[in-house]
Write a protein that binds this ligand. Structure first.
Ligand SMILES: [Zn+2]
Length: 193
């Protein structure tokens, strides 16, 4: 009985963690525009270091810390995040707007991939397969066209405020096999010769 109540105590303690995390925000504004776009991001990328004012490269980080950070952020948000092993986590519901890209947030769904976004960090097959599955599902439900799937770098060409020789958004980066992902999502599955 002692062991059992200890276990129940642990379970209650574990349940109390998310409930007490008042900072977690998994809601956005209700949409007023139709969804016709999906934007793919990576968690890593360039930014201006607040302390030094110099450009730095933020590494991928873990799924848990990225989710925690973005859900605590008062402006930014995400609909889905996919870990390197293919684990898919949903955050804000698709029918609500999250801010993830300038000018296009109102009409798009945001997917974040755990990756450095530097063109060198490889995207494992498990992660890409999970992305293909998610994109296929969204395409089916929302009628998204091939041209409606974008990389963040396709939509934001602005420069870093601390270094005008560098673009501020280059994610998901050159290591992301964009054309092959589009082919997998949009080519008929039963193409046999
Ligand atoms: Zn991005």
């Amino acid at each position: 009985m002692k062991i059992r109540s200890a276990v129940i105590g642990l379970l209650l303690a574990a349940l109390a963690v998310p409930a007490s995390d008042a900072e977690a925000r998994r809601t956005g504004k209700v949409r007023t525009e139709a969804i016709d776009m999906v934007v793919i991001h990576s968690t890593g990328g360039p930014t201006c270091d607040a302390a030094t004012g110099k450009p730095i490269w933020v590494k991928a980080g873990t799924l848990e810390e990225n989710l925690r950070n973005i859900e605590a952020d008062h402006n930014l948000g995400i609909h889905y995040m996919i870990d390197r092993d293919g684990t898919l986590r949903a955050s804000v519901p698709e029918d609500q707007v999250v801010h993830h890209v300038f000018h296009y947030s109102g009409r798009s769904i945001a997917i974040e991939l755990i990756n450095d976004g530097d063109g060198r960090d490889p995207f494992p097959d498990a992660q890409l397969s999970s992305l293909v599955k998610l994109l296929s599902d969204i395409k089916q439900r929302r009628g998204i066209t091939r041209d409606g799937i974008k990389r963040h770098s396709d939509l934001d060409h602005a420069l870093l405020s601390c270094d005008s020789t560098q673009r501020r958004k280059v994610d998901p980066g050159a290591a992301f096999p964009f054309a092959s992902i589009l082919d997998r999502v949009f080519q008929p599955q039963h193409k046999k010769t």
